[in-house]
Design a protein around this ligand. Structure first.
Ligand SMILES: [Mg+2]
Ligand SMILES: [Zn+2]
Length: 162
């Protein structure tokens, strides 16, 4: 059995920039490298689950979003952090899709692909109420982060919780 961390992207791994539309503007948040390494060392799978409705709003192209995600995953890889998989919702809220957080589908899809993940022992981490609601909807634990949150502290707390 494996435990997992489902990480929101904007405002959680990287600094909130409104709608990020170019990879050059990626800035990792405080303690992300150290915190994720710590969680990875302790056997957690790391996933990213992100809502990107900016595509439908016309603020960023779908290809840009994909490029930014790739750049971010590469950047983390340079630090020996391995993102196991990523879920992206490209829909507009009005489309009422099944994947937009806090709908559980993005995580359900990942659980189907990685059946060894024990959801009750896993965490959803994000900066919005919808991330916490997502945690409730899938039966995981939720942790809310803020712009000033040092991610090392989040990781330490998770390990302390056992
Ligand atoms: Mg966010
Ligand atoms: Zn969607």
């Amino acid at each position: 059995m494996k435990r997992a961390i489902f990480l929101d992207r904007d405002g959680t791994i990287i600094r909130e920039m409104g709608y990020l539309n170019t990879p050059e503007f990626i800035r990792l948040k405080k303690g992300i490298i150290e915190g994720l390494i710590l969680l990875q060392k302790n056997g957690f799978y790391l996933f990213i689950v992100t809502n990107q409705s900016g595509v439908k709003r016309g603020w960023v192209s779908r290809n840009r979003v994909i490029r930014i995600n790739r750049t971010l995953i590469e950047l983390l890889k340079q630090h020996k952090i391995f993102i196991k998989d990523i879920g992206v919702c490209f829909h507009h809220p009005k489309e009422r899709c099944r994947c937009r957080k806090p709908e559980p589908f993005m995580i359900w899809r990942l659980l189907k692909k990685y059946p060894e993940v024990q959801i009750e022992e896993s965490y959803v981490i994000g900066d919005k109420d919808s991330d916490i609601k997502l945690a409730l909807n899938v039966g995981a634990k939720g942790i809310k982060v803020f712009s000033h949150t040092d991610f090392r502290k989040v990781a330490t707390q998770i390990l302390k919780d056992g």
